[in-house]
Design a protein around this ligand. Structure first.
Ligand SMILES: NC(=O)c1ccc[n+]([C@@H]2O[C@H](COP(=O)([O-])OP(=O)(O)OC[C@H]3O[C@@H](n4cnc5c(N)ncnc54)[C@H](OP(=O)(O)O)[C@@H]3O)[C@@H](O)[C@H]2O)c1
Length: 301
């Protein structure tokens, strides 16, 4: 018989919030499994099991208590209890509240990065789907039209589109007011910027035809905040092109019947707010471009 010493140190965590530490403690001791020993149903009923399991999930998601995250699920789909409204900033669509939100396990989120103010990150994350889809849709040499180009999502899309199409491609920014037109011109992301009206489909089609020598856009990205701009998007795009309707004011009926009405075979994409990696792509744009970061800080942060 061999002599040996068996020493089993036991760490006992007791009290409020102890179960939340389960995953961290298991990791600390080099383990990977949890054995729960309990009698009757009290551990289930009291929520102890839920907390222990939740802690392993949080660990899986690389989050720790106190981390700040932004839900990337629409607020209209997020169970939210508002206890107090602290400040309403309607000019930048932000409201500060005290309350509690529930983010389900399948819900997408982004950690607020340490290298930029929270309000800046939140303003860009709000429209993260648009530049990320732009990155996927645009390729070198493409002619890209951004409608509503001087707005929040529009500016991000213009920057990303120019990066993707390169020197052989062309990015056209259709703005509306003089103010947003001048702002975009100053940013210098586009090959052409003009003040137009997406409610004038024929006028806009003629303008895009003139700028592209009759070629029209390979990719059109609609970022406006007003209805009835479907026909402008369709008419400015090549028959073989793609229209991405990021705008929530888009009518499926008008887009589908409008394209049919003018015999356009254009591919139309519904503005799914999510595309893989959209948060990282969008935050990265603010790091890459000082001009973008400055204008976002000035307008939205
Ligand atoms: N799909 C999604 O998941 C998702 C997520 C977030 C937001 N959205 C939607 O995306 C859209 C854009 O959001 P945003 O935050 O970028 O809005 P924004 O900053 O308000 O920009 C909208 C732009 O549209 C322009 N515009 C208004 N009327 C126009 C017209 N007749 N012709 C041409 N341009 C016109 C405005 O130009 P001026 O400023 O010059 O008037 C403005 O620059 C909204 O409809 C929003 O609901 C979608």
């Amino acid at each position: 018989m061999r002599n040996f010493n068996f020493h089993v140190p036991t760490e006992i965590e007791f009290g409020k919030g102890a179960a939340d530490k389960t995953a961290a403690l298991v990791k600390k001791h080099g383990g990977s499994r949890v054995l729960l020993v309990y009698g009757g149903q009290s551990a289930v009923k009291s929520g102890l099991v839920t907390y222990a399991v939740r802690s392993t999930k949080i660990d899986e998601f690389d989050l720790k208590e106190g981390d700040k995250i932004a839900t990337l699920v629409s607020l209209s789909l997020t169970p939210l209890r508002i206890d107090k409204i602290k400040e309403i900033r309607d000019e930048i669509d932000q409201v500060d509240i005290d309350g509690k939100a529930i983010l389900f396990e399948s819900g997408i989120y982004a950690k607020i990065p340490a290298d930029m103010p929270e309000t800046l990150a939140l303003s860009a994350l709000d429209v993260a789907g648009a530049p990320a889809q732009t990155a996927k849709l645009c390729k070198p040499g493409d002619i890209v039209l951004i409608i509503g180009a001087g707005g929040k999502s529009g500016m991000l899309c213009c920057y990303e589109a120019k990066k993707r199409v390169g020197v052989t491609g062309m990015v056209i920014g259709m703005c509306h007011s003089q103010k947003s037109t001048e702002r975009l011109q100053k940013l210098g992301f586009c090959d052409h910027v003009f003040a137009g009206n997406a409610h004038d489909p024929v006028g806009m089609m003629e303008k895009i035809s003139e700028l592209t020598n009759g070629e029209m856009a390979d990719v059109t990205i609609n970022n406006v905040n007003v209805p009835d701009t479907e026909m402008t998007s369709i008419l400015c795009t090549k028959d073989t092109g793609v229209v991405y309707f990021f705008s929530m004011a888009t009518s499926f009926t008008k887009a589908a019947l409008g394209a049919e009405g003018v015999g356009s075979d254009v591919t139309m994409i519904v503005g799914n707010g999510y595309t893989r990696g959209h948060a990282e792509i969008t935050l990265q744009l603010l790091r890459e471009s000082k001009e973008l970061r400055d204008i976002f800080t000035e307008l939205y942060a």
